[in-house]
Write a protein that binds this ligand. Structure first.
Ligand code: 13P
Ligand code: SF4
Length: 305
């Protein structure tokens, strides 16, 4: 079968079976093309809460599937490839954070959405890269315990100096692998290009950027900018999507290190197999986890508005 034939079959079956397909922006182009919607983590959370289909297929990583399940507990939520976890989301567990919370009893616990549903049950509010600054500003408490990403947390703390932000030492192994030498090397090749990076990169890389933002933020910035060349400091899929969207501009991936194997393990064939019911992982969460984690995600949506 050709890519087009598989896409057509998926589109036909998802209609017949009342399935909604949701794809994170890091997914391959052929998956994004058949998705009902795609976007950054925040956009996926908001859109997922409005879905009316009885089944949702998440083309992304497990915590994104869990977020959909938390917001729509009565739906069947399937992760298109069971191997797609996010290593950052697995870095800190409930036992560790419970003990850290005891040391910081008067802190509001802010969890990056890249955390497990279980960990969210003991946090106060979630944030995504696109909503974190606004949400931290809107939290009445001055004391913030930010987890797990110390790079995103440092970027937020810099923009909200009125808050006392305590960081824990977690983060994305993919974004954090990029260093200032990588930026210098690619800048030397493309001296006129603007550098756009995700805040999961280390502060020294973030400091060299012309723009810092979420995956959707980077895409929007590049599309609206009058500049013609861009170095993209997030998963390399974003440089590719932008190149298709803006053929008159040039996009360069900042480094070959920016390839997330967890996001990229999802293929169009996985989605097809999920739609026909022969693969995929059903996201199962108990009622108590859903109820407690829901508070954290609802608070995010409330404070981001
Ligand atoms: P966004 O919130 O920008 O979609 O980022 C999600 C993610 O996993 C980045 O590595
Ligand atoms: Fe997780 Fe990093 Fe991959 Fe995003 S890029 S899914 S944070 S490992």
């Amino acid at each position: 079968m050709t890519i087009k034939e598989i896409q057509d079959k998926i589109l036909q079956l998802k209609k017949e079976k009342d399935i909604c397909i949701v794809a994170h922006s890091y997914q391959a182009r052929e998956i994004i093309e058949i998705a009902d919607f795609s976007g950054d983590s925040y956009q996926l959370s908001v859109e997922a809460s409005k879905v009316s289909n009885k089944t949702v297929i998440m083309c992304g990583v497990r915590f994104m599937g869990e977020t959909v399940k938390i917001l729509s507990p009565n739906k069947t939520v399937l992760l298109s490839n069971p191997q797609a976890g996010c290593p950052m989301a697995e870095q800190m567990d409930k036992a560790l954070i419970s003990s850290v919370k005891q040391q910081y009893p008067d802190y509001t616990v802010v969890a990056y959405i890249n955390t497990t549903a279980e960990l969210k049950t003991i946090c106060d509010v979630c944030v995504t890269s696109s909503s974190a600054v606004k949400i931290v500003k809107n939290i009445p408490n001055k004391n913030i315990l930010f987890l797990p990403d110390c790079n995103l947390g440092a970027w937020v703390a810099k923009q909200v100096p009125e808050k006392n932000v305590k960081l824990l030492q977690g983060g994305c192994p993919i974004h954090a692998a990029v260093n200032t030498d990588d930026v210098k090397k690619i800048k030397a090749l493309h001296p006129n290009a603007l550098v756009l990076v995700h805040p999961e990169c280390v502060p020294a890389v973030v400091d060299m950027a012309d723009y810092v933002g979420s995956t959707s933020g980077i895409m929007e910035y590049a599309e609206k900018s009058s500049a013609k060349e861009f170095i993209i400091g997030t998963e390399i899929s974003i440089a590719e999507h932008l190149q298709y969207r803006c053929p008159e501009k040039m996009f360069y991936g900042l480094s070959h290190k920016l390839l997330c194997p967890n996001m990229r393990i999802n293929t169009l064939v996985d989605v097809f197999n999920c739609v026909i019911g022969v693969s995929g992982e059903e996201i199962i969460l108990d009622d108590e986890t859903i109820a407690k984690a829901h508070v954290c995600i609802e608070k995010m949506i409330e404070l981001a508005n």
